[in-house]
Design a binder for this molecule. Structure first.
Ligand code: GTQ
Ligand code: FE2
Length: 338
């Protein structure tokens, strides 16, 4: 039988000969950087144009030209939200896990599963998969935060569920700060250790910053400067099964070594400025900018300035580790060629 004839016969039966296929392998993606100015301008205009009845849709998404489905990366999505004084983004839940990291403003809160989590600049607030949440701004000024979601991954698995609450606001059943007393360093002995998918929680900026500064003398990772992970306080593991949230301090004149790994990271510059070499590219960043480092690209960071630089980031390493797909390679302590 002729090969073409065989192929045709198979195709008619929804079958395909493997002889026609090459084993697909990882294709290198380019990094991308989003400047703050255009994003901020868009947010301010959106806050006048889009009503808050649209709730979580009053947000602007970072769209990489190198990733299908208009997302920031193939696993982690970054969007920015603005909430004006007096506005309430109505209650809903979804099985995408989400985080908020406050970029500017204060006096707002996100209510998660019956507890208010105040939001101030630099705070990280967790809304784990399938937890009810709503956002309120009780201050005089607009507040801007970034939303990190594992949406692209959840969509790739085609398992996304979203539910809007019938009531726009759900009852508050816990004291503010109660999650910290239940899960923080000093806590009641009873602990539900089953919350592996993450817990509603707030990591206050002043604690984060203090820890970064205290550890900056002794904890210098050659690839990341002083890096902290926001752990799930119930398990001591990653923030979520799908995402690890991290923050790193690059001291003035700091240059890191180059490495590459099979996890993808999205960054937001919280403070200062610097540059990151990724593959063939050099990303020059400053406060407010965001960028993505695709997987398996050699990268190193540099802060050549006098002011300290702080990067907030989200990566999908927990997924790669769970699936036994995590790999990492290190340069021989050499700086990336400039
Ligand atoms: O604020 O709850 O950017 O549900 C995307 C989905 C924000 C939110 C986003 C969401 C939210
Ligand atoms: Fe949401």
């Amino acid at each position: 039988m002729k090969l073409a004839e065989l192929d045709g016969q198979l195709a008619k039966n929804q079958l395909a000969g493997f002889w026609n296929t090459r084993v697909p392998s990882h294709s290198a993606e380019a990094p991308y950087l989003w400047k703050w100015e255009a994003l901020l301008d868009g947010l301010l205009k959106a806050s006048e144009t889009i009503g808050i009845e649209q709730a979580e849709r009053r947000a602007i998404r970072l769209v990489s030209p190198h990733v299908p489905n208009k997302s920031t990366s193939h696993t982690v999505q970054l969007t920015f939200s603005i909430v004006n004084p007096g506005e309430v983004a109505r209650a809903h839940r979804h099985n995408m896990a989400a985080i908020r990291f406050v970029v500017q403003g204060k006096g707002a809160y996100t209510a998660v599963q019956g507890e208010k989590f105040p939001m101030e600049e630099g705070d990280l607030v967790l809304t784990p998969n399938w937890t009810w949440h709503e956002h309120h701004n009780e201050s005089e000024d607009p507040i801007i935060w970034l939303d990190g979601l594992d949406g692209p991954l959840i969509q790739a698995l085609n398992v996304l569920f979203f539910e809007e609450s019938e009531k726009p606001e759900l009852p508050i059943t816990y004291a503010t700060g109660e999650s910290l007393s239940r899960l923080g360093f000093a806590r009641a002995p009873k602990l539900d250790n089953t919350q592996a998918r993450g817990v509603p929680f707030r990591y206050e900026w002043q604690d984060t910053y203090k820890t970064l500064k205290l550890l900056s003398r002794s904890e210098r990772d050659p690839y990341d400067g002083t890096l902290l992970r926001y752990i799930n306080p119930a398990t001591g593991g990653y923030t979520y099964p799908t995402m690890s949230c991290e923050i790193q301090l690059l001291e003035p004149k700091c240059v890191t070594n180059s490495h590459r790994h099979t996890s993808t990271t999205v960054y937001h510059v919280f403070k200062g400025r610097g540059r990151t070499a990724v593959g063939e590219s050099h990303l020059e960043w400053k406060k407010g900018d965001s960028f993505v480092i695709p997987l398996w690209q050699w990268h190193s960071h540099e802060n050549p300035f006098e002011e300290e630089a702080i990067l907030f980031s989200i990566n999908d390493r927990p997924v790669m580790e769970t699936l036994q797909l995590y790999r990492e390679e290190f340069s021989n302590g050499n700086k990336n060629a400039e």
